[in-house]
Design a protein around this ligand. Sequence first.
Ligand code: ADP
Ligand code: MG
Length: 509
Amino acid sequence: MGRGLVVVGVAVTVAVTACAVAAVVVGKRVKSRRKWRRVVGVLAELEQGCETTVGRLKQVVDAMAVEMHAGLASEGGSKLKMLLTFVDTLPNGSEKGIYYALDLGGTNFRVLRVQLGGQRSILEPDVERRPIPQHLMTSTSEDLFDFIASLLKEFVEKEGDVSDTTLMRRRELGFTFSFPVKQTSVSTGILIKWTKGFGIEDTVGREVSECLEQAMARIGLNVRVAALVNDTVGTLALGHYHDPDTIAAVIIGTGTNACYLERTDAIIKCQGLLTTSGGMVVNMEWGNFWSSHLPRTSYDIELDADSPNPNDQGFEKMISGMYLGDIVRRVILRMSHEADIFGDALPKLSMPFILRTPLMAEMHEDDSPELTKVARILKDTLEIPDVPLKVRKLVVKVCDVVTRRAARLAAAGIVGILKKIGRDGSGGITGGRSRSDIKMKRTVVAIEGGLYTSYTMFREYLHEAMKEILGEEAAQHVTLMVTEDGSGVGAALLAATHSSDPVDNVQLL
Ligand code: ADP
Ligand code: MG
């Protein structure tokens, strides 16, 4: 009897323990299911916030066209500055001679020598690249331009035995200066402000080409600045050189911007503007575009508030390579706060800009079944080890949502330009006619920048959205043409078209 009780007692204890273990397991499962649901909720909210239906994209197209009008109507009339460039002639392929280019404003400073042979032939340019020494970026105007001029002099002196009529003329140069400039002629302009880590107070408000020409004069170098250009304008020039149907250029790299060829009579803020061609290239500075139709999330709002330029460059912050990785990081951070699916103590995940866009692209495009690249990047860059496969899949999905929105908005921006100049197949502002009555002109948009050229998914989403917005038929008439190195070769081409002394006019001695 006593023994029997003990046995029953043991059995009851085992049963109670088993129940308790089961309860813990079930409890854990319920908890983990709840966590997972919360994380999926964050994703669903992101997807909803980033929605870019064709209807919404068309509203963005219209808003872009409207803002372009407003920016052309009056100074300060829109967040789009719509800057005049005074470039009224684009290269057509017949340019001849040797021209130089300086490119300041990208990652490196570059000097180029470009030899143009007419008939759209460009010999492989000579290029020299140098980083700008850090101290010169915040030194004095004279120090910076002396440095640039001395490199140019060194480069020019290595010209070798070029037996060209150009050498009997004064050398000419296209200067790509990718900072905000108020242009006063094709070859002159006043620096509005420095960006990208430069901060030399005494250059602000000064005429940029004059700063360079004075520095050249100090060391006895005789080169004329024939064109002072923005990198988008160089890209348009190079595109037009290769294909005369090119009417706009877009750069989507670290930042984003666009320019296009406008009729001078549409540039209302500058009445009486006369150009021989009747047109002028306008630098939109579209990174600063804004519209209430843009799908904005809490992540965008936080990113903007934390940035050194809040309320500035709103479109750029949703689209360009500088920011996409950081939007993804912010979503992952939110997910980790909502539910600790990434484990705890994640100091790296809180560091702004630690997840660069090329790494985000690598995760997005990881096609291994186990998502091994995603696991490696999470571990190496964000110091989050042992992330389960289903969470890795979630991270890929976040990259997809952020990039898809960016690419589709960029596409809407491009169609906005086409709409403004009546090249979107809709009849433009004249309206009235149905799509089928309109014979669309072939239209080429030159495009460059690392985000577009190196990120396949971004490019594919952009192309897909262009077709969705324009419709298959109209989209067939629009070509996006990759034009690499407009900021170098394009500037030299503009020096040629705006030469004071084109080679063809030079009398052979
Ligand atoms: P910049 O804009 O500085 O003149 P690029 O046009 O070469 O230079 O663009 C570089 C930018 O493009 C990088 O900052 C990065 O954001 C983006 N990028 C470059 N390579 C990739 C890549 N493989 N995937 C995604 N983004 C990339
Ligand atoms: Mg660039």
